[in-house]
Design a protein around this ligand. Structure first.
Ligand code: HEC
Length: 333
């Protein structure tokens, strides 16, 4: 009886706490874009960027017709038909939704990767929004949103954050900083594209996405890396699931220069040992209010997995050995 009471109280706490996080209002000011959209000049690049960052050929369906964002056992949310929602939002409201994960009603979106979009430049956002507004109207898909118990528990424990809470406003907005060197340009692209699945710090997401740290690019020659992004085929020849699909649908639109910039930036990433997946929910941590980066560090240390940096800076300069590559990309090769 006593145990049952504890379970009931704990369950009620998880629901109340997760509901509070899902429903709380976020005070983010509406700020207009500083760059105007011109259909004649910007629609081709707007279309390309909309595909690369995943508004099209991504969660909202191939053509923006609507789809869903699904983290099995954690949450499932409709990614609505773009032509249904865009007219309801002014440009500043859309910018706030994209960069901060905050909807018109000031509540958070669920499944919107705003932490990834936060660094987008005004110029890129203006092109993407302007282009998407021009697209044909499509029949709306029904909306639904479900956060499962494990998802609620993760929210309550600070192991998973809502779209709005995941945005760290203290991070630099790379799109508004100089992009002169290849590393600066590559950092921008990686931060608004690759970080969605490989983490804001490019160290991989062993828990939900099961993606490796992008220092694995050290194991690639430039032509092999280009081949990966154009075809989805890694040097191991393995099918990479969502990575292979996203490469063929979206990364194929990177220019050769963008691929080269990404390559330079990612090869400059430190090599960190791959973390063991699983059991991430059960560890205790009150890291909800920390930045994403320190959240990850806290999650790692609390899980007590092999998170130590294994190589010193001088070693980072060299390529990965075959064994290192296998360790970073998983045991299944
Ligand atoms: C939609 C999610 C997603 C996005 C966005 C994404 N990746 Fe991945 N990526 C993955 C996943 C998941 C894996 C692991 C797949 C596996 O091991 O089966 C992966 C694996 C990789 C690998 C390892 C390949 C190997 O040799 O095993 C590289 C390199 C890579 N991604 C580069 C990138 C780059 C560069 C970007 C940005 C341009 C990017 N990814 C964006 C999901 C993504």
């Amino acid at each position: 009886m006593g145990l049952l009471a504890i379970v009931l109280v704990a369950t009620a706490y998880v629901f109340a706490q997760s509901e509070r996080l899902l429903r709380r209002g976020h005070e983010i000011p509406l700020v207009p874009l500083t760059v105007a959209y011109s259909a004649a000049a910007d629609s081709v690049e707007g279309c390309r960027m909309a595909i690369i960052v995943g508004c099209l050929e991504g969660c909202h369906g191939q053509q923006g017709e609507g789809g869903s964002e699904d983290a099995p056992g954690i949450f499932r949310a409709t990614a609505p038909t773009l032509s249904e929602v865009l007219p309801n939002y002014s440009d500043p409201e859309l910018v706030r939704l994209v960069r901060f994960g905050v909807k018109r009603d000031s509540m958070t979106a669920v499944g919107m990767p705003s932490a990834t979009f936060y660094p987008m430049s005004d110029a890129d956002l203006s092109r993407v929004i302007g282009y998407l507004r021009q697209r044909p109207v499509m029949p709306p898909v029904p909306r639904s949103r479900e956060v499962m118990f494990v998802g609620r528990l993760a929210l309550a424990l600070g192991k998973w954050q809502t779209s709005a809470d995941a945005v760290d406003e203290t991070r630099p907005r790379w799109g508004h900083l100089p992009r002169i060197t290849p590393v600066e340009r590559g950092r921008y692209i990686a931060s608004i594209v690759c970080s969605e699945c490989h983490g804001l710090d490019m160290q991989g997401d062993p828990e939900i996405m099961k993606s490796p740290p992008l220092s694995v690019v050290r194991g690639y020659r430039i032509d092999q890396f280009r081949h990966l992004l154009r075809t989805g085929e890694p040097i191991s020849g393995r099918d990479l699931g969502i990575m292979s699909i996203t490469s063929r649908r979206a990364f194929v639109y990177f220019t050769d220069d963008e691929v080269a910039d990404l390559y330079d930036y990612l090869r400059a990433q430190p090599v960190v040992a791959r973390l063991k997946a699983g059991n991430w929910i059960s560890s205790r941590s009150s890291s909800r209010h920390r930045s994403n980066r320190s959240y990850r560090v806290a999650a790692r240390s609390s899980l007590n997995v092999r998170a130590e940096i294994r190589r010193d800076a001088t070693h980072w300069a060299s390529s990965l050995s075959h064994d290192d590559y296998r360790e970073l990309t998983g045991p299944s090769q």
